[in-house]
Ligand binder design. Sequence first.
Ligand code: SF4
Length: 532
Amino acid sequence: MIVSIFNDVIGPVMRGPSSSHCAAALRIGRLARDLMDADVQEVLVEFDRRGSLPTTHESQGSDMGLFGGLMGWDAADERLRDSPKALRETGVGIRIETVDTGDEHPNTYRLTLRNTLDEQHTLIAISTGGGMMEVVNIDGFAVSLFGDYHETLLTVSGNGQALVQRLAALIEVDDIRLHEHCGKQLVQVKAAHFLSETIIIELRKVCPVLQVKRLAPVLPIASRKDTTVPFTTCEAMLLHDAGRNTPLWRLAVHYEMARGNLTESDVIARMVEIVRILRRSIQQGVAGTQYDDRILGHQSGKYGQLMQAGRLLNGGALNRIVLYVSAMMEVKSSLGVIVAAPTAGACAALPGAAIGMAEELELSEEDMAKALLASGLIGAFIATRWTFAAELGGCQAEGGSAAAMAAAALVTLAHGTLSQAVAAASMAYQSMLGLICDPVANRVEVPCLGKNVLAASNAFSCANMALADYDPVIPFDEVVETAHRVAGQMPRELRCTALGGLSITKTSLAIEAQLAGKKAAACGASSCACSQ
Ligand code: SF4
């Protein structure tokens, strides 16, 4: 699938501590709900023992997202924090088990669902980072489904190939696949709309259609057959530009127009809407947020007061950036609305840097949107080649990507050149290589706040260095490849499993036990809807 800035990089708009847990799980849940025709009575969720989810699914919000998705909720729904309880109250039986399946991907969800008619289906999906996911198996059929199409699934018997041919003759769709498994056949149809009843009646004349399932898209930007984008790597973008020095934000607009079949004003208007969401969240964070299941309290308020009173060290615009990064992280930790840009864990560095600096410079929301678009294109180059998932790459994948994106945004705000924006991104990412992921008490707060501040501060320095034409030496694409290679040399314990680094300090374990005790007391030990 071709990466979209709005699907894969700047978004989703969501609640929760981790996009690869909450937002991706919610999307998986929504697709599973559609597979069950919105009738779920029992769900068994299985996680492989060697993956990251057995130790993180509850504390990092997979349960919250998955169960919200099974109820058809949106990723920013304010009821999400109570979704496990709400799902149980609807009478749905939930079991979560750790199993030995040897799944290759650390974020693999195996669901077995049953409805009131005793119909059973299985669905296997992986969360690939930043809220993106892929359904890789339905009822034993090896499928590939990203939530970017209206998907009609037809279980057929008899001559499935003839049905495929008839369908292709009847209407134009984006893709038709015939899957076979244990003597059964499944026809998967990707299109801009579901197959109509009229078409299905026609198909039934060719061979028996035993079951029809309609899975609605869960991504904001739909895919289309034969979509092409002008470039997918930084090197190709520079070649495409051919020395014209087109601003990075404008190249980002061209990219997303091609990817999403959008006009220039659509692209900018969508990003302005995201800027408004981010600004509201930052103001909420500065004003103060409350949430029980959290390590850090409201710290940004005092920082803001000292900053206003001139009692902090004089960091210029950097002081406001640190304030906004802190505020955004506090909103995330209180399950307020955030934008995963590129992930929820690293949701604060980019908006903190870009909006903080833009406000210092008294720039407009459209200027902020252009800076975010520039950052989005840098993120698209990362997502095309690699990942934002800390489970695969450690914090270099989250915080490193955020730093690179923020650096490009800051150069854009300063009206730097294309090559300066790319140089800033390269230098910022280089400085984050090897960064481990080791959340304290399995919450995405510590050292995540510091790592977001680090990413934003690093971006600020690298933007200024790039504006002064410092030489990054290593091209951006090669830095991304290096991060990927370094990830392969990092032990699993340091990639978001909470099994290494600060996660296993005495203090971290004590805080985790204390938070678990508080939660159990709040729920009532025997009837806690959050436990398994
Ligand atoms: S340490 Fe980095 S990657 Fe890990 S949860 Fe925190 S912000 Fe995300």
